[in-house]
Design a protein around this ligand. Sequence first.
Ligand SMILES: [Zn+2]
Length: 84
Amino acid sequence: MQMPAVLKHCEDVRDYLMDYLDGKLPKSDAFIFRLHMFLCSKCRRYMGRYKTSVELAQHILDDPPPLELINLTAEFLKKQSKDE
Ligand SMILES: [Zn+2]
């Protein structure tokens, strides 16, 4: 099964940060980035030093992803944090 791109490891998603802040990310990647930030408390902590972190979590609610994708991502992140 092809993993949805949002199910990336935290380090991979964080690589998007600079491009996201520069507005260089394609819409689909920006969406992935925001969804990951919304669901992943570890990344939100990491992002805490950037003032956009709060904005990120808010904006996703303007344009909510499909519930299925949210659940899938939440499930993945739970497993991932258990592995550590
Ligand atoms: Zn993360």
